[in-house]
Structure formats: C-alpha cells, structure tokens
Write a protein that binds this ligand. Structure first.
Ligand SMILES: [Zn+2]
Length: 338
C-alpha cells in the first residue's frame, strides 16, 4: 500500500492512523446502487473502508447517468447490472479494498444473512418497504443503519443506532408523506451529493468510534433550507421493532410484497404485504410526463411505461406486463409509487 494514499485523512485528527486502521477492518453493506449508493460507495472506497458489499436488483439505463456517478455509457450499452458495474468501477478506484457486488432484491428472506456479516449498513434504496425490512434486521442484529433518501431537490438523513436512538419504524409517522419518486418528480444531482456527504460523515464517525449526535437532518438544496431535528423523544417503547417486546414485523413472510409470475403471460403480479392504498387520481397526474396511454377509473389505473404495460389497483396491487422477473417488476413498482 502506498504510504501517501490515506495521508490526508490520517492528518485529520479525529480519524488519525488509529481511525484509518478501523476503516480498513470495517465491513459496510450498501443496499442500493443508484444515485445514493454510487456516491456513498465511491467515498467509502476512496476512504479505505476494507470491505464493501453493494446489493442492487436493477441494471444501468441512460436515465441513470445524470446522477449515478459510477456508471458510464458503456455500462448502459452492455446492460450491466448496477451491482456489477459499480463493483467494476470501485475496484478501479481502489484495488486494495474488497468489493462484493450482489445482484439481488433485498427482502425479508435474505436481509438477515446480509446484515449479520457487516458492521454498518447504509441506506441507498428508493422505497420505504425495503428500508423497514432493513431497519428490522438492523435492530435485531444490533447493526447501525444510516437512513438516507432524496427526491427532486429534497433529502433526509438519519443515523439509527440500535439501543440508543429511535428506529426508522418509530419515526415513520413523523416523516413527510412518501408518495413521490425520482421517476415521477425527478431529482437533481446536488441533493444526492449533499445527503450522501452527511451519510458518509456519519458512517466515518461510527466506524472510527467518534462521537456522533444522532439527528434527523433534512435539506432542500434548491430552496436553501435545512433542518436539524432531535428525534430522541420519538423513541417508542412499544415499537414493534425496537420496543420492549419486538416482533420485527417486516421480517415476517406475511408482511412482504408477494410477486407471482403469471404463467405464459410475461406478467408479474405484485401484492403488498402491508396495507397500502394508492390514490389513483394523484398518480395519474404524476404519470402524465412519464408514462403513455394513462387511463384511470375508480378501480384501477393503466399506462404504458418504457417497454411495459402497468396496471395499478387502488389497494396497492399491481400487474407489470412485459417481464417475468419478480425483481424487475418490483424495481418498476417502487420507481413509480415509491
Ligand atoms: Zn422503533
């Protein structure tokens, strides 16, 4: 290893040589290799975090290149899975670190195996269903989980420390309504960089065992607004995830989204495990720019989107025509309804 490689980081006294050694010994799980995941992963790999696992279910598309910083036009043309393209680039950035790229949909079936073998999890997902699954596993296995989200010019970040802070489940009722996605209202790259700057700073503090004041931070970079919220009082002693009698509801099979491949129809049906209602009229308005042939009646909304035809029912169920891959169908579903 080149002695100079981490010298500027080691000169920074809260990290120093001792902290640098801790980073080298660390194992970090990144769930998602989109805008947040690629930005955070690059910073962690450059910082010398010894082992990074990055998991994603999607592949690289043209619309990703505006903000997903590890990808190139070549990755789009080769239709590489994001986890593979991200791993390739990260190994070029720093060959000294171990980078695992896993092409998978993180869900209640596989999340505990992933979480157990890491010391820290970074949220780079695009939906709250997956976040709550990770949150359950993180609390159950006592692994810190740094929540991050962004859409349009707005973003949020919160470091969840099991046993110390409220968990994401405790905070759910206090977060802004999540009915917008980057695919429906867009996103600008600077908010991604702002959110991941705070997320990775929290990660560095946790990994080097520096003092961390866990605060929910929210930003609107376009409006130049920022809020820092002390959420300690929101820890709910009856929380089903982090309370005194945890049941970890999001790890239970019955509460997970079920995907059924409809034989011979090149269609996947998705049925959310948790109660969910989709306001079809509002969704139709948001889809105007994005989708074609949007029709809505009191029961369902149908539209074309890229090479797919989508049908959303108001109880949250959906049919994704044009694929027989459950992970692909879930990726599309979460892009549209979050
Ligand atoms: Zn909780």
């Amino acid at each position: 290893m080149s002695i100079a490689r981490y010298s500027r980081q080691e000169l920074f006294s809260p990290i120093g040589k001792v902290g640098q050694k801790k980073l080298k010994d660390a194992r970090v799980l990144l769930v998602g290799a989109g805008a947040l995941g690629t930005s955070s992963a690059e910073m962690l790999v450059r910082a010398g975090v010894g082992h990074i696992t990055i998991v994603d279910r999607d592949y690289v598309e043209w619309s990703n290149l505006q903000r997903q910083q590890l990808y190139t036009e070549k990755d789009v043309m080769e239709q590489l899975p994001k986890a593979v393209a991200a791993r390739n680039r990260l190994k070029e950035v720093n060959s000294e670190v171990i980078v695992e790229g896993i092409v998978a949909d993180v869900n209640g079936m596989n999340v505990e195996e992933l979480v157990k073998r890491h010391g820290l999890i970074l949220d780079a997902t695009d939906n709250f269903e997956t976040r709550l699954v990770i949150n359950d596993a993180a609390v159950k296995h006592n692994v810190p989980f740094v929540f991050a989200a962004c859409v349009a010019s707005y973003g949020m970040m919160f470091p969840m420390i099991p046993g110390r802070t409220p968990c994401l489940h405790c905070l759910m009722d206090h977060l802004p309504a999540q009915n917008q996605t980057c695919d429906t209202v867009g996103v600008i790259s600077p908010i991604v960089q702002l959110v991941t700057a705070y997320q990775v700073t929290s990660a560095l503090k946790i990994l080097t065992e520096n003092e961390l004041q866990p605060r929910l931070q929210s930003f609107d970079i376009w409006k130049n607004e920022q809020a820092v919220i002390n959420v300690e009082s929101l820890k709910n002693k009856d929380c089903p995830t982090c309370g005194s009698h945890p049941t970890f509801p999001f790890l239970a099979y019955e509460n997970q989204t079920k995907a059924a491949v409809l034989c011979g129809r090149n269609t996947v049906q998705l049925r959310p495990g948790m109660e969910r209602s989709i306001p079809l009229d509002k969704l139709a308005l948001r889809l105007k720019e994005l989708a074609g042939d949007v029709t809505v009646n009191p029961y369902l909304l149908s539209c074309t989107y890229e090479d797919y035809r989508l049908v959303f029912f108001k109880d949250g169920r959906a049919l994704i025509h044009g694929t027989s891959e459950p992970a692909q169908a879930k990726a599309i579903y979460h892009r549209i309804v979050g």
